[in-house]
Design a protein around this ligand. Structure first.
Ligand code: NAP
Length: 463
């Protein structure tokens, strides 16, 4: 048989997930203009776009305009969207695979990494990823509650997610009210009594994971003063030598921004945001079942075997009082039933996107995005990453090693989904949801007011 990809024998690919990685995989597949492809995308939520919709902060609206690219992909002939369908629950991966030449998992990293210290689960200590999902109106997090009567909040970690969380806590309601933040979050933040947010970095300023634009923005907040501890942003000799040797302008700029914060005199804004460095939480302290603070150990940096500078605890401790704690130490992938998973890394083992089982590629099974490489990089990082996976897939198609789908697979998938999940949502239906959300936002000058519950969406669709 000739390799799939002709009008009579299209290359059929299922993509699981509908975030950036998923759409870039689809885009790369459609870009192979010498082939006819059929792409079906499966998403467990009724609405597409994954982390662009549920991860990007509401006050970073511009970043979300990347969905226009995804909309163009969705408009390509041969594209179908099956929302509200969970692969591994409604349809198993093996059942899906029987209808396609290839299945590509782009399920992202849906949970948080744990710190492994006492007190992580005490009431008032939350994963930052849950707070993010809540303020972005993720249907599974709508009913979470966060006690914003807290005056002092500790945010563990100094990555871009920690920055997002700290910034949202330091924005005024007026600033947030023009965004697409979920209405329930806007109402809760209206009552917020948060006055002080403290971000905690376990290493020094040079090693901070946030990017320059994001940390610079913290110095421009309307109602919050940014603060640092001068000794903590002064580089230790090892970091200084590393910076001098690196010849990296962005790194130099990052240190400059942070050291610049030390020179500011406080403007007496209503809130304060302090960036701490070289401290690690050793325990989240509770009292009467509620968070009351974080026990911190001061760190020194030392060179590790892999050459990087790692934190080493000293004998110096302090207690930071806090009424609310957000742990922002990274996302983590979750296994998809029936698919190999590397438990300690939280990713699907793969070689160039080819899923490995017992060290060998399983024909027709691929991975892309965070579930392939771990939760790192910005949205655009997923584009070349997806390209790499699609290159492997097309090479396998040309080599004739992809399994053949069953007869009438294109129609059979619709029947299978309709039988298992009658409440599935098509792309045309998503467009109606999108339109309705935009219309709801218009009177208040907001880009949209999100639907956050499946029932609301189904009612809108008359289902
Ligand atoms: P991240 O960039 O990996 O940052 C995780 C932070 O947690 C680091 O500061 C890390 O410190 C710290 N950490 C890890 N384990 C810790 C522990 N046990 N105790 C104390 N601190 C610990 O992850 P993220 O912030 O979740 O972001 C994920 C990805 O999304 C990143 O690539 C990020 O840039 C991206 N993102 C981008 C934007 C944007 O572009 N605006 C917004 C949000 C997210 P070490 O460095 O010492 O490990």
């Amino acid at each position: 048989m000739t390799p799939p990809g002709t009008p009579e024998h299209p290359l059929r690919v299922a993509i699981v997930g509908s975030g950036p990685a998923a759409f870039y995989v689809a885009e790369h597949l459609f870009r192979a203009t010498d082939r006819t492809v059929q792409v079906d995308m499966f998403e467990r939520l009724p609405m597409p776009f994954g982390l662009v919709r549920y991860g990007v902060a509401p006050d970073h609206e511009k970043i979300k305009s990347v969905t226009r690219v995804y909309e163009r992909v969705a408009g390509r002939e041969g594209f179908r969207f099956f929302g509200n369908v969970t692969i591994g629950t409604h349809v198993q991966v093996a059942e899906l695979a029987a209808h396609y030449h290839a299945v590509c998992l782009a399920t992202g990293a849906q949970t948080d990494r744990s710190m492994g210290i006492p007190g992580e689960d005490v009431a008032g200590s939350h994963a930052a990823t849950e707070f993010v999902a809540w303020y972005n109106g993720h249907p599974e997090f709508v009913d979470r509650t966060f006690d914003l009567s807290a005056e002092r909040v500790a945010v563990v970690g100094v990555g871009n997610v920690a920055v997002d969380v700290a910034r949202i806590l330091c924005r005024s309601v007026e600033e947030l009210a023009t965004t697409d933040i979920a209405d329930h979050a806007l109402e809760a933040l209206r009552e917020s009594r948060v006055r002080e947010v403290v971000m905690l970095g376990r290493r020094g300023p040079l090693q901070a994971a946030f990017t320059n634009a994001e940390v610079k923005e913290l110095g421009e907040l309307a109602i919050a003063d940014v603060r640092v501890v001068a000794e903590e942003v002064a580089l230790d000799p090892l970091s200084r030598a590393e910076l001098d040797a690196a010849d990296d302008r962005a790194l130099r700029k990052k240190v400059e921004i942070l050291q610049g914060f030390a020179e500011r005199s406080a403007a007496d804004k209503a809130r304060s945001l302090t960036l701490r460095f070289l401290v690690s939480p050793t325990e989240i302290l509770g009292e009467e079942g509620r968070v009351r603070g974080v026990r911190l150990v001061r760190n020194a940096l030392a060179r590790s075997d892999d050459g990087s500078l790692r934190p080493r605890p000293t004998e110096e401790f302090e207690t930071l009082p806090a009424d609310l704690v957000f742990r922002s130490v990274g996302y983590r992938g979750v296994p998809v039933p029936g698919v190999p998973f590397h438990d300690s890394w939280g990713v699907i083992p793969n070689d160039g996107g080819r899923v490995l089982e017992d060290g060998a590629p399983r024909p027709g099974l691929y991975a892309a995005g965070w579930i392939k490489r771990g939760p790192s990089g910005v949205i655009g990082t997923n584009k070349p990453d997806a390209g790499d996976t699609v290159a492997s897939l097309l090479a396998d198609a040309d080599a004739g090693i992809l399994p053949e789908p069953g007869p009438d697979a294109h129609a059979a998938v619709v029947a299978l989904v309709a039988e298992r999940q009658p409440r599935w949502v098509s792309y045309d239906e998503w467009k109606r949801i999108d339109e309705a959300e935009r219309a709801r936002g218009e009177p208040a000058g907001r880009s949209r007011v999100k639907f956050t519950r499946e029932a609301e969406v189904l009612e809108l669709l008359g289902r």
